[in-house]
Design a protein around this ligand. Sequence first.
Ligand SMILES: [Mn+2]
Length: 189
Amino acid sequence: MRTSVLSRKTKEVEVKVEVNIDSSGYEIETGIPFFNHMLESFAKHSGIGLKLSAKGDIEVDEHHTVEDTAITFGEAIRTALGEKRGIRRFGDAIIPMDESVAICGVDVSGRGVFNFDGKLKGLDDFKGENFYHFFDTLCRNSGLNVYLSAKGKNPHHMMEACFKAFGIALKKAVEIVDGDVKSTKGMLD
Ligand SMILES: [Mn+2]
């Protein structure tokens, strides 16, 4: 089983994350209802097990909680994947949601770059900048390269389609297909 348990405690946020790449189920509480909804959408549709609790200074704003959650979740994904032997490495998804659509490509390269294409307004309790900051921070700490594109009118639909697309693309990319390391370098890091 590819699993990890990580925690992080600062003066701003306390986070605990458990990831199980090979088993589904989720339990998520960040103190930010829309962020919970997005992480639950990711977990539900990826089939990747995720237990996540974060308690942060949301009286300031959501920034610190989103950031520290992404750091810890990213490190937990990297740790659970280990040396990445046998994984497919690449995954993709095109996920529509009503008038919106999200396109996602994932490369488990070990390098960690986020590339976003789209215009996202965000919501009152979850700003567009936090959406971008979550994925950018997650990529840098997990080593995943993630391309996301979103089109639509309703920001709730656009963000939710992105989290679902990311989950489905990631699940494909981390599936064990053989015993090979998918790189001419002989390592994914
Ligand atoms: Mn929704």
